[in-house]
Each structure stands twice: as C-alpha cells, then as structure tokens.
Design a protein around this ligand. Structure first.
Ligand SMILES: Cc1ncc(C[n+]2csc(CCOP(=O)(O)OP(=O)(O)O)c2C)c(N)n1
Ligand SMILES: [Mg+2]
Length: 338
C-alpha cells in the first residue's frame, strides 16, 4: 500500500506543470487496500482485469513500475510501447489488462474465466472495477452467466460512491449492489474496503473458492478516492462531495489504519517504516529516470500500428474472405421481414 501510495503521489507531483506525461491519469490515492491484497494473493498464472483506475492493479500483478512510468510518458519502453497510456495499460506476460470501458473488465473476465474452465487450468480470474460498472447492463449479464457456469471468477467492486461527479444515489434508486448481485446466485458481500486485513481475508476466501471450483464471488469494498476523478488537481470546486466527507475518509486512510494496528503489535517501528520509504523512493526515482531517458516510439507505417493485422485470423479474414460470398451468406441467416 505504501509503495502504491508513494508511486501515485510522485506521479501526481510530476504531472503538472512539467506536462510530459502523454495521457490522462486516474489516481487511486486512498484506494490502496484492494490492489495491495491482490498483490499478495494472485499467482503468476492468474489473470487480473481492471478499469481506468489501473495503476494499483497493474502493480498488484507484479508488472514493473518502470514500464508503467514509461507508458505514461508515451515512451517505447512503456508497457505498451507508449501507445496505450494509463487507462488502457496492459502487461500480457503478467496476465494483466486494463481498459477504459467501465464494465469491460467484468465482461471480459467472464470470458477469460470460461477459458480457464474449458482448458482445465487451475488459474483464477479477478476483475476490479468501480461501482459505476454496475450501472451498465453488461455487468448484470456477466454475473448471470458467471453464476450459471460456476466460473472461477472474483469480481471486486471498489465502491467509492462517485462516478466522476455523480453520487451513486443519483444514478440508482438503491445502493444495495451486493444484495442485488446475491439474487443471481453468486456469493456476495459488502465490506469496509479500507480495512486491509479484512480485504485480504475476504479476497483470499473468494480466490480459494474460485480455485476449488466453488464458483464466482462478488465483493463490494467501500472505499474513497482522495484525488479528483482524473489528474492530480482537486476537483472539489465542482462541489460534488459532501462537506467533511473527504476529511472523514482521510481519517480512515487504509495505510494509517494498518500502520496503527501493526505498530501496536510491535510489527513495525519508525526505522523499519523509514527503510521501506527509502527503498520505494529510490525505486520511483529510478523509474522517472528510465521513463524520461527512453526514446519515443517510431511507427514505420500506419499498418504496423494495426495490432489486429498481427493475428493470423485477422489476416485471413482481410485477405481471403470474398466479400461477395460473405454478402451472399447473409440471406441464409437473416430472417425475412427485418
Ligand atoms: C461504458 C462507459 N461509460 C462511460 C464512461 C466515462 N467514464 C469514465 S470514468 C467514469 C466514472 C467511473 O466511475 P466508477 O466505475 O465508479 O470508477 P471510479 O472512477 O469511481 O473509480 C465514467 C462515467 C466510460 N469510460 N465507459
Ligand atoms: Mg466510483
């Protein structure tokens, strides 16, 4: 959690006025507990999908911090050669994928979990997303199918109350997401998402269930983003937060809560915390150096940026398919009268 917090704080400090990062960034300051718990629980062969607030999940899957920084700077050494940016970053070799379509993480994760079932591998699939993903129809289709097919899937909803500037109760008549999910036949719970040990226990149980073939679990973790919706600047002047709300959640900082607990048990002292902070600070500075010193990507031609053309299937469709034949087949499948 501390590594992620320091990483996000450092990126936020560098974002303006330097303006060298080439993409919008959604910081996850205040929301460290879920990704940190996942970082301890997921195996290398497990898949993790996330939404636009992606950095915590990226690091949770063990993807390298320097490739994250270089990606934000639009450099060729970035996780996606500088072409994806923050909210669509992926690191395929660590089986991590993010995406800007809110419920996309959930929907794609169900397909990925189905693949795990069909291929009889023992890996599990986790999707992390915000509560606004549950405003989308495909989210409910996903949980319906996940329950039916008993997919090895864990869906984690970080409920931070807001979709950009809109509170949940201005978007839905009730804020009982996990109760609604339970009616689909999925194990479902709501927890205080800034209690790191509770988050860890809950996600650990969910991942174990998935791995043991007991089916999907939905976890709604109440948390709060300290930063604006995107970028480093506060968007409080928009007036969408209730007075005192941010301060109350800051008093419930997930890092401070855990720190208090482990200090009181003699598991952390000042020197140990300072050593951790020094280690993370050195890593972060090395990442900035790496990112800033890396070259921009070079595209030899536009076609080389069409990733679909790198797949044999797409090539075949583009070159072999006879359009006339394709059109002729439409008659066979299209019901008359439509
Ligand atoms: C399908 C879709 N609709 C709308 C948007 C625009 N959009 C980007 S972020 C966001 C808010 C998302 O809120 P939430 O899912 O709760 O995540 P949070 O930002 O609170 O972490 C919206 C509406 C989008 N990216 N995708
Ligand atoms: Mg939200």
């Amino acid at each position: 959690m501390l590594r992620l917090r320091m990483c996000e704080d450092a990126l936020a400090r560098e974002y303006h006025p330097a303006d060298e990062m080439r993409c919008p960034v959604h910081f996850c300051v205040g929301q460290e507990a879920v990704p940190a718990a996942l970082s301890l629980l997921l195996r290398a062969d497990d898949y993790l999908y996330s939404h636009h607030r992606s950095h915590g999940y990226y690091l949770a899957k063990g993807a390298p911090m320097n490739a994250l920084f270089a990606e934000l700077y639009g450099k060729s050494t970035g996780a996606n050669a500088g072409l994806a940016g923050s909210q669509d970053i992926s690191y395929p070799s660590r089986r991590f994928f993010s995406g800007a379509v809110l419920a996309g993480a959930a929907a794609i994760s169900a397909g990925s979990a189905l693949a795990a079932t069909l291929q009889k591998t023992n890996h599990v699939v986790v999707a992390g997303f915000g509560e606004a993903a549950t405003d989308e129809g495909v989210f409910w289709e996903t949980i319906n199918y996940a329950a039916l097919a008993k997919l090895p899937l864990v869906l984690v909803c970080e409920n931070n109350k807001y979709s950009v500037f809109s509170p949940q109760l201005k978007r839905t008549s009730s804020d009982n997401i996990s109760e609604r999910v339970a009616t689909f036949g999925i194990e479902s719970s709501t927890i205080f998402g800034n209690d790191a040990p509770l988050v860890h226990r809950t996600l650990s149980a969910a991942i174990t269930r998935a791995r043991n073939g007991a089916g999907p679990t939905f976890v709604e973790a109440y948390t709060y983003r300290w930063s604006g919706h995107y970028g480093p600047a506060s968007d409080d002047p928009m007036g969408y937060r209730e007075p005192g709300e941010l301060e109350a959640w800051k008093r419930n900082c997930p890092i401070a809560l855990l720190e208090h607990e482990i200090r009181s048990k003699g598991m952390l002292d000042d020197a140990e915390k300072a050593a951790l902070a020094r280690e993370f600070e050195a890593e972060i500075q090395a990442c900035f150096q790496f990112a800033k010193g890396s070259p921009f990507p070079v595209a030899p031609n536009w076609a080389s940026l069409n990733f679909a053309s790198a797949t044999p299937e797409a090539d075949r469709l583009l070159t072999d398919v006879d359009v006339n034949e394709f059109n002729a087949h439409q008659e066979l499948v299209q019901a008359k009268g439509y």
